[in-house]
Design a protein around this ligand. Structure first.
Ligand code: PLP
Length: 420
């Protein structure tokens, strides 16, 4: 299989020495125009754009290697299987875990549902509590509600401080003896808050609480070392980290994977099937019934190569600079309120402009070529807590530029004048 295109072959560039203009050139879509204006894409928390290396790896698979995995002995079949398992190996190295502990699936939503249905559903009972936080994405709320409904367990919510950070004292106090599971975002998709998940998981572990960390918004933006976090489960989604939609993974401690029953059944996840009983495959394959998104995972493998070559610390530093610039400029806009100003924050800025509806702002910004998301960001309980119906959200990635930040703020000032 052809080697993925590395944007910066060789040793990692030292922090601050990456040529970010060249990096941006790797993203074909960022060259397009929208409504006759250069596109300013500020919706990476929703889905990330893809570098040519990812598009080419996917294209190359379909042009030269397409076959199903883990079934055929012919050449294409083994090439496809090698490339698919190679992607698992790359992703595992990226997260500093063993590849056999990484279940490949369609994304964080599936990953959390897998933990919910295979780990929590058979174990929890009336009297048990599932602890979640106010800032969770619906993908880390609804599966636990479904488990609670079916087991009689209850859900407890850890609240936030006004700056959008977790109230850690309250969180620790909420870890009472009835709490069996804590489900928590590593990074909030609305506020950008980076939660101190290693310290939180340490506290949970002392109390025997199993931890599920939603890493959807962390893995694309910072180095993630799962063993250093010390959680029980960690979920990621590939499309936010330069990979294809329909790709993601659930990492779990091996003892959990071995003890958990399969979530869905079918081909690939078995060793032997008889009408009087089936012997399941070993993890992670036990949880991977059916034909996976092979090309998507091969693209995700290329995405991991790409991000690794940039260096995740460099990515985090670059995005930190863009966040600081954008925050400073937005604070100067009359009537603008930012939601989420935690000290440790990823490059996500939710905001409202007094007198302007978020959807109107986003629609008019689009006419200026600026793509931001508006609405409730799959986090209804969080927006209710802030007492607002909707916000706009600008989310930046390393491929954005300082000029784009300025163009965004200029466009915002312009559309504000039309609305207020
Ligand atoms: N969790 C968080 C924090 C997210 O931001 C998202 C996506 O926006 C998800 C979970 C769900 O990810 P997916 O739709 O890829 O399964």
């Amino acid at each position: 299989m052809s080697a993925p295109n590395h944007p910066h072959p060789g040793p990692l560039p030292p922090a601050g020495e990456v040529d970010w203009t060249r990096v941006r050139d790797d993203f074909p879509l960022l060259k397009r125009e929208v409504h006759g204006k250069p596109l300013v894409y500020l919706d990476s928390a929703n889905t990330g754009q893809k570098p040519a290396a990812v598009i080419e790896a996917t294209d190359d698979f379909y042009r030269r290697h397409n076959a199903n995995v883990s079934r055929a002995v012919h050449t294409l079949g083994s090439e496809a299987t090698d490339a698919y398992e190679g992607a698992r190996r790359k992703l595992a190295a990226f997260l500093n875990v063993q590849r056999d502990d990484l279940v490949l699936c369609s994304g964080t939503t599936f990953a959390i549902n897998l933990a919910a249905y295979s780990w929590a559903l058979p174990r929890l009972k009336a009297g048990d509590t599932i602890l979640i936080t106010r800032m969770e994405h619906h993908a880390n709320i609804v599966p636990w509600q479904l488990v609670a409904q079916r087991t009689g367990a209850t859900i407890k919510v850890a609240e936030l401080l006004p700056d959008g950070s977790l109230d850690l004292d309250a969180l620790h106090a909420a870890m009472t003896a009835d709490v069996k599971l804590l489900a928590i975002a590593h990074v909030s998709n609305v506020l950008g808050t980076v939660n101190p998940v290693a310290a939180i998981c340490r506290e949970a572990r002392k109390r025997g609480i199993v931890t599920v960390v939603d890493g959807s918004q962390a893995a694309p933006h910072m180095a993630v070392d799962i063993p250093a976090i010390g959680c029980d489960f960690y979920a990621i989604t590939g499309h936010k980290m330069c990979g294809a939609t329909g790709t993601g993974a659930l990492w779990a401690r091996r003892e959990h994977l071995q003890a958990m029953p399969p979530f869905i059944g079918g081909g690939e996840m078995i060793k032997e099937v008889r009408f009087d009983g089936t012997v399941f495959n070993d993890p992670p394959h036990k949880f991977e019934a059916g034909t996976p998104n092979i090309a998507g995972f091969i693209g995700l493998g290329a995405a991991v190569d790409y991000l690794s070559a940039l260096g995740m610390d460099n990515v985090a530093a670059r995005e930190g600079e863009l966040l600081a610039h954008a925050t400073e400029e937005l604070r100067k806009v009359d009537g603008l309120r930012i939601f989420g100003e935690a000290r440790h924050k990823a490059a996500v800025i939710s905001f409202q402009v007094e007198g302007a509806h978020a959807h109107d702002l986003a629609t008019l910004l689009d006419l200026e070529g600026v793509a931001v998301r508006s609405g409730q960001h799959c986090a209804h309980p969080l927006l209710h807590w802030f007492g607002v119906a909707a916000t706009c959200r600008a989310s930046l990635a390393f491929y954005n530029t300082h000029d784009e930040v300025d163009a965004f703020v200029a466009a915002l000032r312009k559309v504000r004048r039309l609305l207020v």
